[in-house]
Write a protein that binds this ligand. Structure first.
Ligand SMILES: C[S@@+](CC[C@H](N)C(=O)[O-])C[C@H]1O[C@@H](n2cnc3c(N)ncnc32)[C@H](O)[C@@H]1O
Length: 258
């Protein structure tokens, strides 16, 4: 029998970032998130070498951090940011206001967003886990529909340890293992409690299966197949274990049309 009080303990002291986009910026600066951004930029530079001009669509753009990293490192002709929360759209405009690039912002649902043009690169940074389960495949298919034939989708995502689908106990235990391991690792990397407390809210949402709708790596792979997308490469930046038996953690996946 699982002692459910450990779930309560894990989320004690949580700070709500949903109502305050500046807290999200802090949460996106944790070590695993920074590694996700750093490595995904390297991967993007490999597929778009020689300062090749590209167009970028950022779905669930939040405060614009993923686009910001891309703008810093690649030759972006045009970027389009889509988020369905006005507060985040405002924040992304502030964060990206120092760039001369052609950037357009839409406050719309990324599951249905259609641009008049197709893009070289589509960013899904911590996006998939915000989409309702019943819409996850639709979301990926819609991203694909906005992609050029030879374009790439770059996914930064956190996956839970495998759990029994539809079994709430098994799911909650998986959320617990994910965050417990993450907090231990972040603490060992001197992450301040104030930052971990923002992630405690993320864990709380996860336990409620509200707003934070993470899935296991296995379930994500199934959605990739159902969306007729193809995996080009994958890399995990946390946990940093050589032996790849664990299939949870922070991943960068590069996808293209099948
Ligand atoms: C964790 S943030 C990720 C931000 C950014 N992509 C990054 O990598 O830093 C997730 C964002 O997704 C947005 N979001 C959630 N569901 C959405 C949807 N259906 N359509 C558009 N945006 C959505 C939220 O408002 C939030 O700003």
């Amino acid at each position: 029998m699982i002692d459910a009080s450990k779930y309560e303990k894990l989320v004690e002291g949580r700070l709500d970032y949903k109502t305050d986009p500046s807290l999200l910026d802090i949460a996106q600066e944790t070590r695993n998130e920074r590694l996700l951004f750093e490595r995904s930029i390297e991967i993007a530079k490999n597929v778009f070498p020689h300062n090749q001009p590209i167009t970028v669509l950022d779905l669930c753009s939040g405060s614009g951090l993923f686009t910001k990293h891309i703008l810093n490192s690649l030759n972006v002709l045009k970027a389009v940011c889509v988020d369905n929360d006005r507060k985040f759209v405002v924040k992304s405009k502030q964060n990206l206001s120092f760039y001369n690039a052609d950037i357009t912002y839409f406050c719309q649902d990324a599951t249905y967003f259609k641009a008049p043009e197709k893009f070289d690169l589509i960013l899904l940074g911590s996006a998939y886990h915000h989409i309702e389960d019943r819409l996850k495949v639709k979301f990926l298919k819609n991203a694909k529909s906005n992609l050029k034939e030879d374009g790439f989708i770059l996914v930064n995502e956190n996956f839970l340890p495998e759990y029994k689908e539809g079994n709430i106990e098994s799911y909650k235990e998986s959320v617990y293992i994910f965050y417990n391991e993450l907090f231990i690792w972040l603490k060992s990397n001197n992450t301040p409690d104030s930052v971990i407390n923002i992630l405690r809210q993320t864990a709380w949402f996860g336990f409620q299966r509200e707003y934070e709708l993470k899935v296991s790596y296995e379930l994500f792979m199934k959605s990739i197949k159902d969306s007729k997308l193809k995996m080009v490469s994958e890399e995990r930046v946390w946990p940093l274990v050589k032996n790849n038996k664990l299939s949870f953690g922070s991943y960068i996946l590069l996808l293209k049309k099948d």
